[in-house]
Design a protein around this ligand. Structure first.
Ligand SMILES: C[S@@+](CC[C@H](N)C(=O)[O-])C[C@H]1O[C@@H](n2cnc3c(N)ncnc32)[C@H](O)[C@@H]1O
Length: 324
């Protein structure tokens, strides 16, 4: 284990394990645990087709689904789906042509979720949700099969967060995105606290700082990372724990991208300048970029912020493949 990984994991020789977390949530699936509930607000109209039992065992810390700009026909994976609330909301958004996979390691959670999936399907008039047993560190889904990965208050619970982000990248299609509600701390959590099983299970001591989160996401080459603070959840031993909504995109360079063709990229605002791909783009000033950077700036979430032109014609540049 290298030094950087240790920021995200229990300390060396820590007693905290995935089995501890599973035991915690197998109890929470059958007996509602009030202390585990962070305030997560959902739009009532998103919940009308969901049985009360699924709502009662919802232990998220935000509502990633209704902010994910989900489109009909998309494939969504909910990582650590618990009682299934976010899967059931996503099922409505993706419609009958879309598909939703809920992944969880706790059998009791899966049993409740599967039972309610049948009722949700009857209420919607189609059945498009499937719950699979599995781990975030080895997600039981095909490579490049998912448009959107969501997760609600789960990644903090993983003792191997680097592996989780690698897996998210693997299952996402090129151009796919993740939207995660999770707990972020304002200071690194000390080792003694990381080793506390109760606090880890309660979504406290496995939390990352924002810098740690960005490091882990960048290690898996996610781009266009955004973080929106939702609310202060708890303060424990002088450390503040916030609920955040975190987003990132999987960029895959189009095949045949030319590294020698020069294009111009003009940043259209709203800031005075931005830095991206190692270059600074002052507002409205064309900056020379190669096709590789142009392809990145044409992708989400950058596309609306840049105009790409061909300096030879000064016309909007088509994406090209000129290396042949
Ligand atoms: C805090 S609950 C959140 C459940 C759900 N996302 C919600 O909003 O209600 C965490 C869930 O993640 C699952 N979980 C935690 N760590 C996991 C891992 N490494 N792999 C798979 N599931 C995991 C637990 O079994 C539990 O159901």
């Amino acid at each position: 284990m290298n030094e950087r990984r240790s920021c995200c994991e229990p300390g060396p020789g820590s007693p905290v394990s995935r089995e501890d977390v599973r035991d915690f949530y197998s109890k929470a699936a059958v007996t509602v645990q009030k202390s585990l509930c962070c305030p997560a607000t959902y739009d009532k109209t998103d919940l009308s087709h969901i049985p009360q039992e699924a709502l009662n065992i919802s232990y998220g810390c935000g509502s990633p689904v209704n902010r994910a700009d989900i489109r009909e026909g998309e494939v969504v994976a909910d990582l650590g789906s618990g009682g299934g609330i976010d899967c059931f909301i996503a099922a409505k958004y993706v419609g009958r042509t879309g598909r939703v996979y809920g992944i969880d390691m706790t059998e009791e959670m899966l049993a409740a979720a599967r039972k309610n999936a049948a009722l949700v399907g009857d209420n919607l008039g189609y059945h498009n949700v499937e719950f699979r047993h599995g781990f975030l560190e080895t997600i039981p889904l095909e490579d490049q099969s998912v448009d959107l990965a969501i997760s609600n208050c789960v990644i903090n619970l993983s003792p191997q967060k680097v592996d989780v982000f690698k897996e998210i990248r693997r299952i996402l299609k090129p151009g796919g995105r993740f939207l995660i509600a999770d707990i972020v701390s304002d200071k690194p959590v000390p080792v003694e606290m990381r080793n506390n099983r109760e606090l880890w299970g309660e979504c406290v001591s496995g939390a990352l700082t924002m810098d740690e989160f960005l490091d882990v996401a960048r290690e898996s080459d996610f781009r266009g990372l955004t973080a929106v603070k939702d609310y202060l959840w708890k303060e424990v031993e002088g450390i503040k724990f916030y609920s955040y909504l975190l987003q990132g995109h999987k960029f895959v360079e189009p095949e045949g991208t030319c590294c020698c063709k020069k294009l111009w990229a003009s940043y259209v605002g709203p800031f005075d300048s931005v830095t991206c791909a190692g270059k600074t783009f002052p507002l409205g000033v064309p900056v020379e970029v190669n096709e590789e950077v142009a392809a990145l700036l044409r992708s989400q979430p950058y596309a609306a912020s840049f105009d790409i032109t061909d300096p030879e014609t000064e016309a909007p540049a088509e994406s090209s493949s000129c290396c042949g």
